[in-house]
Design a protein around this ligand. Structure first.
Ligand SMILES: Nc1nc2c(c(=O)[nH]1)N[C@H]1C(S)=C(S)[C@@H](COP(=O)(O)O)O[C@H]1N2
Ligand SMILES: [Mo]
Length: 318
């Protein structure tokens, strides 16, 4: 369902230069209006703490999963543009300006263009998706994301039949992202990609929030990909460009070490990383004596996604 709020908030108000600087507040007001319009509790209008506390649950959200405490998710971040150290990355990421933010969508589409994030949000239905998240480094967590379906966004720009891959590009801002001065190891900006059917799959979301509130900067604000059946590095943060392509693009980690980081990077306990096993994982927040979790094929989402790879040798296409 697409909830339109154009009636509630005139477009003139959104483009007004005075209001321009307050886009974050606009998003809050807009979402409050959206949810009220949908008959959902308007509590959030005055509540700055968790603006999206009442968004409906996605069909793919697993209630039985206990989310990892927010403080752990916020303080254990991989954000290589800022630092290779998880704590430093968290601190340095606070320098990113996420507002205003626009996203270019181009390539094999009928309607390419550049869109302000809040204009995209006005067309999309936000949902909470409680997903498992598995990093290739063999740690994992459970995150209550707030986001919308990537497929639903892609449909608005009308992909051509020639579109077979989706390329995502993260922001490039060496002024505030110290590691982007060095292109020797990783190439910048950070790039990731999905096959078009993976991108259109309803499990695949673009997240703008977590724990009912705006996404913390270190977790990829204002907009990041979340593909829960793949290793975490596929879930690119701070996206500024989405391109639909005929051919698979070169991606950051695959280029850096092709034998270690495959294009697919589906979570698979049977395919070890060349330097460590992927058979089990350390759950963030678990105690010293808590046993490691047995890693599941497709991170436990096999029922939903295994058919995307039927007939493929997952060892070869790792
Ligand atoms: N732009 C960008 N996106 C990124 C990364 C990064 O360094 N830069 N790291 C990836 C990796 S390796 C992981 S595990 C997840 C971490 O997400 P989190 O910090 O929100 O837990 O983000 C992924 N997306
Ligand atoms: Mo990762």
């Amino acid at each position: 369902m697409i909830i339109k709020t154009t009636k509630d908030i005139p477009a003139s108000e959104i483009t007004d230069p005075l209001v321009f600087n307050k886009r974050r507040q606009i998003i809050k007001a807009m979402l409050a209006a959206t949810l009220t319009g949908a008959g959902i509790s308007p509590v959030l209008a005055n509540n700055n703490e968790s603006i999206w506390a009442d968004v409906p649950k996605s069909d793919f959200s697993v209630d039985a999963l206990t989310p990892t405490p927010a403080e752990l998710i916020k303080n254990y971040t991989n954000y290589y543009e800022f630092s290779f150290n998880k704590k430093d990355a968290t601190v340095l990421a606070q320098n990113i300006t996420t507002d205003p933010w626009s996203i270019e969508i181009s390539g094999e589409v009928e309607k390419p263009g550049s869109y302000y994030l809040e204009d995209i949000l006005r067309q999309q239905t936000l949902q909470e998706s409680i997903y498992r998240f598995r990093c290739v480094e063999a740690w994992s967590m459970v995150v209550p994301w707030v986001g919308f379906s990537l497929g639903s966004l892609l449909k608005t720009v009308k992909p051509l039949s020639t579109a077979r891959f989706v390329k995502f590009t993260a922001t490039y801002q060496p002024e505030i992202m110290p590691k982007q001065h060095n292109h020797a190891m990783l190439e910048w900006p950070y790039v990731e990609s999905l096959r078009i059917d993976e991108a259109m799959h309803p499990l695949t979301i673009l997240a703008v929030g977590m724990y009912g509130d705006i996404l913390p900067k270190q977790n990829g604000a204002p907009l990041r990909l979340v593909v829960p059946w793949k290793y975490g590095f596929k879930s690119i943060k701070a996206i500024v460009k989405i391109e639909l392509l005929k051919r698979p693009p070169i991606t950051t980690w695959n280029k850096f070490a092709p034998h270690e980081y495959g294009f697919y990077s589906n979570v698979n306990p049977a395919v070890a990383h060349p330097r460590w096993s992927q058979n089990s994982e350390r759950q963030l927040g678990s105690g010293f004596f808590t046993p490691r979790r047995q890693t599941e094929l497709f991170n436990g989402y096999g029922e939903q996604v295994a058919s995307l790879y039927s007939g493929m040798d997952l060892r070869h296409f790792f």
